[in-house]
Design a protein around this ligand. Structure first.
Ligand SMILES: NC(=O)c1ccc[n+]([C@@H]2O[C@H](COP(=O)([O-])OP(=O)(O)OC[C@H]3O[C@@H](n4cnc5c(N)ncnc54)[C@H](O)[C@@H]3O)[C@@H](O)[C@H]2O)c1
Length: 363
């Protein structure tokens, strides 16, 4: 495991441990682990039992009183109601601002737990322990927390950095192939938006990660997580520009998730959102056909299953993208691409290229 510190502009430091095996972590952060008067481990009811035991390895001494809170599976966890239930549970058990919450699970668990940690007593410490590939390279890092509202993704949320993020790829040993492939959606994003070195590393390891190769997963998690944290440190609140690159594929992706009633896994939705952005870039003349084919081949490599759950309702899609919180008052706003690592924010795209991209992305 390697420990990283990323200093947020004019602010505090984001701490992350990235790699495989976390036995040495408690000793690295004595103040954080020993100072906590109580600990609550939050995880999903559908998580494998090995996950809870592994997460508790962070507390080898077992002196701190432990409590457990179970969230409903996946997106069902991301509701205001669940955040309220978790806060009430913490209050009932006497949690104070000296207590600690440990979120161990996929992005749904880290999003919801981070949100509850940010509002409970106006903010208490939490540790993010992402346990899916997708959450280790993206969701569990950077301090964005969220719940869904009215069928739309991440409409209420906060920025609340975890005191520490731990991405231990040993958790991924129990991850089903479908979840690795879902993480592949975000992985392909890094190959497209990242600097040359990161892009080459991802392309080299893409097929091995999808096959569950431990070394490839560890290499990709370490590199992508460090890159995400670097962008988040430069632009924590997603206002100054650098962090917007991470949104590549997400505007259409979130709309596809909504059109599937939450049945399309997030990473698959992002992969289709990336294909949407690639087609829209080609149709608006930003990408020539040859470059389009090279970039799109990375999405093809994921071998996505058919997106049968997504309603082919283009009008609804237009309504969803215009209400995206990143639209900034425009009719629509998408991150498009001109080549590897060259993104361009484009507003008010006409319906014709959008329709072509919508249909192509859902083929
Ligand atoms: N906050 C952010 O910056 C950010 C960024 C990207 C995505 N997200 C959010 O992340 C969520 C998607 O996260 P996800 O892809 O991790 O999905 P998820 O949280 O729904 O988890 C997927 C499944 O994997 C299971 N699981 C978790 N760890 C496991 C393990 N080690 N072994 C076996 N099974 C395991 C879970 O129980 C669940 O059934 C979405 O809600 C998305 O909006 C947030």
């Amino acid at each position: 495991m390697k420990i990283f510190n990323f200093t947020i502009k004019n602010s505090r430091t984001m701490k992350a441990a990235l790699g495989r095996g976390m036995a040495d972590i408690p000793a690295e952060f004595p103040a954080l682990f020993k100072a906590a008067d109580k600990l609550c481990l939050v995880t999903g009811t559908d998580a494998p039992s090995s996950l809870r035991a592994r997460a508790l390895e962070l507390f080898p001494e077992r002196k701190t009183p432990h409590f457990y809170f179970w969230l409903p599976p996946s997106e069902k966890a991301k509701t205001l109601e669940q955040a309220g239930k978790l806060c009430s549970f913490l209050f009932d058990k006497g949690f104070s601002r000296n207590s600690l919450i440990l979120a161990a699970g996929g992005g749904a668990v880290t999003d919801l737990t981070g949100f509850a940690a940010s509002i409970y007593m106006r903010g208490i410490n939490w540790i993010s322990v992402p346990t899916t590939f997708l959450a280790q390279i993206d969701a569990g890092l950077g301090g964005k927390t969220a719940v869904n509202l009215g069928g739309a993704k991440n409409i209420a949320g906060t920025f609340h950095q975890p005191a520490l993020a731990v991405c231990d790829t040993a958790f991924l040993d129990s991850l089903p192939h479908a979840e690795l492939r879902s993480g592949g959606g975000e992985l392909v994003k890094y190959a497209l938006i990242g600097p040359g070195e990161l892009s080459r590393l991802v392309k080299k390891n893409l097929s091995k990660t999808l096959a569950g190769d431990k070394a490839a997963l560890t290499a990709c998690v370490s590199a992508c997580a460090a890159y995400k944290l670097k962008l988040a440190a430069k632009d924590e609140r997603d206002e100054a520009g650098p962090r917007e690159a991470l949104n590549f594929g997400h505007t259409a992706g979130h709309a596809f998730e909504a059109l599937s009633g939450g049945r399309l896994p997030h990473g698959e939705a992002v992969a289709r959102g990336i294909r949407f952005a690639l087609i829209a870039s080609r149709e608006t003349g930003l990408l020539n056909r040859e470059t389009f084919a090279r970039l799109d081949a990375l999405v093809t490599a994921l071998r996505l299953p058919p997106a049968a759950a997504v309603r082919r309702d283009f009008r609804k899609f237009l309504g969803l993208v215009s209400r995206d919180k990143k639209a900034r008052g425009a009719e629509n706003r998408f991150m498009l691409i001109e080549g590897f690592g060259r993104l361009r924010a484009v507003e008010n795209l006409k319906p014709a290229p959008l329709k072509k991209a919508f249909e192509g992305a859902l083929k």
